[in-house]
Each structure stands twice: as C-alpha cells, then as structure tokens.
Design a binder for this molecule. Structure first.
Ligand SMILES: [Zn+2]
Length: 454
C-alpha cells in the first residue's frame, strides 16, 4: 500500500513524498513519483499527512466511572481527532491502576472496544511501592503521582516519604515519574469539589490555586529526581513561573521533561465568563501573560510536548454556575490538532515567502509537540510518533486551511461539555490511519475495534 501527498511531515521536514506500507508498518519513504494507481493506494493530494498524534494524558475512567467516559467513546474521539495512540492515566477508573491486578482489570474492560492504540500509565499512591515492579513488568509505560489531592478518594496524594520509597524502583526501571505538581500547602482547600462554599466567580477559583503552588511542587520534584537519579515529567504546566522553574532544572542537567495543554495556550482567565465551569481544571487557566509565557516556553523547548489532559465528567458534576463545587477537568481529546494548529498557523502567518513555505516549519514543529515527543516520553518512540521506515503506519490526513466552528453535540466524547464549544478553529481531519488501516474517514468511524493494547 502507498500513501502519497505533496505535504508529508517527515522527521527532517515537510515535502512531497510517498509512504510505502506493508502489514501496518512503514517500509520506506519514496519520492513523490514512486507511485502506482491501485485499490490500496491513497493519494492525499495537497492535504497534509502528519504522524498520528500520541496523547500521553488522557483519563478514560473505565472501569468504575464509565458513565464519565469510556474506551469506546474516548478512542472514537481520538480517531476523529487524528490521535492514533492514547496513554491512559491511572486514576478516575475504579480500581485505579496501582497494582498489576488493577491494570489487568482495565485491560479486560478495554479489550474489543478500542478504535486506536492504548497504552497505560501506572499510579504511585501511598503504600504501593511493592507493586511498582510488577506494574512495569505488566507493561505500564511509567507512573503518575499527585502531590495534592487528586479529586478522587481512591487515588490519594503522596508525601515525600512515599516518593522516597518509589523513586529508587522507578529510577532502576528507567521509566518516567509523571507529577501533578501543585503543593497542597499553597492551595486553598475551597477549590476542592467537596467544599461547601458556592461561588460562580472564576477569579475566586483562580485565586485558590496560585502559580507558587506549581513552583514549590516542581522544586520538590526536582530535588528528589536529582537525589535518586530518576526521570521526572511535569504534567500540565500552567504558569510562567512554573515554566521558568523547569528551565532552571533543565539547565542544571536534571532529567526532567514537561508538558502543557492546548487549553492553557488557547484561553485566558480574563476571558472566562463567571459560572462557565466547563473551563475549570487544575491548575487553572491563568491570565494572558501566562498563556504568552507558556507559548514561548514551548517554542524554546523548555516545554517538550502538548497533551490534552482529556478529563470529562457528566454535565451535572460540572455544576454550572459553581466554580468551587464543579469537577475540574477539560475534555478536548478530539480537538488538540485543530486547537494547536490554530495557534501555530496564526504565529507562522507573519513569516515571509510562499504560503506553503511559511507553513512547513510550523507543521514540522507541531508534529514534534503532539507526536514525536509524547511517543518518546511513553517509551514508544521505536514505533510511534514519526513517519519513517520501521514505524507503525499511524497517519493523520488533514486539511490545514479549513476553518470550522466546534459544534460540541457532534464530538465523539461521551459528554459534550467542552470550553471549545462555538470556537472557530483551523484544520480539519479527513482520514486517520492506524497501522495502515483507515479507521476514521470523512466524519465516520470506518474500522471499529482496530486498536491494540500496548
Ligand atoms: Zn490529568
């Protein structure tokens, strides 16, 4: 099978080429003319062909909270958005993925209903250090922990003593520890959904979780990473100061990576309407100066990648009108490519040269943020995240010029609540290939259940 386009996003740049595929794997990249018309071939013309997106921060919630989101709906949303691999977070499902038995329960729930590939993070919680080796042997790609209450009782925050027990094992295994870095001492407990305070004002919620809480938690993480020689990854960096702290640790040679999310780059606190709890997440969407600083940290490489932190909940739990009680989580798995391209394209628009020439660096950089770097974080970079020989033929074919308005009722996620509702975005997925098979085409799932558990 051959896929060709005038704009294929390859590791060394964007150019006309052909992708030769056998048994789901890319065998070689050929010149554009190296083409034969047959039933298996797919000519994408001028559409962009990028590596499938690897989203390393997705809460699928099944089993246990399947009414929030599940493998079927989440991986449908993924396929629709050009996401070919998701890495599921260990919490919000019941059981949480903190033992090998819990991982098996999750795999059992997932089997047969995944439309893209799914891998798993394990969890570090107080008292489960003895389970970490078995979790790695059972296939988790690394671990996630919270330094602050997670929002669900079955996934408690860790103290430093818990990390001291876990980090020697994690370092020996060479897998990353993903850290929700906010320090509980600097957070007002009223921000917790269990609070009795009612407050519709976004500014009130914002004030409960200041940037200093991120900074202090990153400092603790960096100190321990250095002491134990472990790889750490800061999830959802949301403030200028937190990004600066990551930059300092990198300059000091600490094995640290970091991500931010499309919503921190797209929205700003000044524009969040009071009562609009679809914007609630933790850490919060901050003021415009943070948004600008995060973009520049991303372009400088201080932030390595972009992941969605897709974390939906039933509309009733989003408690419209009450920022304190509302579940904190933003659902955007299907929208990351368009959200990120809308930002990237705007910023490349000022570049001179013919249109395609100006776009190419932006397309290439985008693929690094949403495909290549996340695959590396999850240790999947031998087969995912690049359009190159030897890699899985996971591809997203998309039109970078189509402008459209998000109609949340048409999203594939279980519940349709999202802050992107009604927003104009640029870039529309046409076809998503998973290991050489089209799984999503022209707005429809065309190959159900093709996903594998990695
Ligand atoms: Zn999360």
């Amino acid at each position: 099978m051959i896929v060709r386009s005038r704009r294929i996003v390859l590791p060394d740049g964007v150019r006309p080429a052909t992708i030769h595929i056998q048994d789901g794997t890319i065998t070689r990249i050929g010149p554009y003319e190296d083409w034969s018309d047959n039933n298996d071939s797919y000519d994408a013309g001028d559409l962009v062909v990028s590596p499938g997106i690897v989203d390393t921060h997705v809460h699928i919630n099944e089993p246990g909270r399947t009414d929030w989101e599940g493998f079927d709906t989440a991986t449908r949303a993924a396929a629709a958005g050009g996401v070919t691999t998701v890495v599921d977070m260990p919490l919000n499902s019941v059981p949480a993925t903190t033992t090998a038995a819990a991982l098996e329960a999750k795999r059992t729930a997932a089997r047969g209903q995944c439309h893209v590939d799914v891998a798993f993070w394990g969890g570090v919680v107080p008292g489960n250090a003895a389970h970490l080796d078995e979790l790695v042997e059972a296939g988790v790609r690394g671990f996630k922990c919270f330094l602050v209450p997670s929002g669900v009782d079955e996934f408690p925050a860790v103290y430093e003593s818990d990390l001291r027990a876990a980090l020697p094992i994690i370092a020996a295994r060479g897998v990353p520890l993903l850290v929700h870095a906010e320090s509980p001492g600097l957070i007002n407990p009223q921000s917790n959904p269990k609070s009795d305070i009612r407050d519709p004002k976004y500014a009130s919620y914002l004030a409960t979780r200041p940037p200093e809480a991120e900074v202090e938690a990153i400092r603790t993480t960096v100190r321990l990473a250095r002491e134990f020689g472990a790889r750490v990854h800061i999830v959802h960096v949301a403030s200028a100061e937190a990004a600066d702290e990551v930059a300092r640790a990198k300059a000091d040679g600490v094995a640290i990576t970091a991500e931010t999310c499309p919503h921190y780059l797209t929205f700003a606190a000044e524009d969040v309407p009071d009562g609009a709890t679809e914007f609630k997440c933790a850490p919060p969407i901050r003021e415009a100066r943070h948004r600008a600083a995060l973009w520049s940290a991303l372009t400088r490489g201080t932030l390595d990648l972009v992941a969605t932190d897709h974390s939906p909940a039933p509309p009733a739990l989003k408690c419209p009108g009450d920022f304190m009680k509302a579940w904190g989580g933003i659902a955007s798995l299907e929208l990351s490519l368009a959200a990120m391209w809308s930002l990237s394209r705007d910023r490349s628009a000022g570049l001179s040269g013919p249109r395609g020439g100006a776009e190419s660096p932006a397309l290439h950089t985008l693929a690094r943020w949403v495909s290549e770097a996340p695959a590396k974080l999850a240790g999947l970079d031998d087969r995912k995240g690049r359009v190159a020989a030897g890699y899985d033929a996971d591809l997203v074919v998309w039109d970078p010029d189509v402008e459209w308005t998000v109609d949340s009722s048409r999203l594939q996620q279980r519940h349709k609540v999202t802050p992107y509702a009604g927003r104009r975005l640029v870039g529309r997925v046409q076809t998503t290939f998973l290991r050489g098979t089209p799984v999503w085409r022209d707005g429809r799932l065309v190959a159900a259940g093709s996903g594998r558990l990695l």
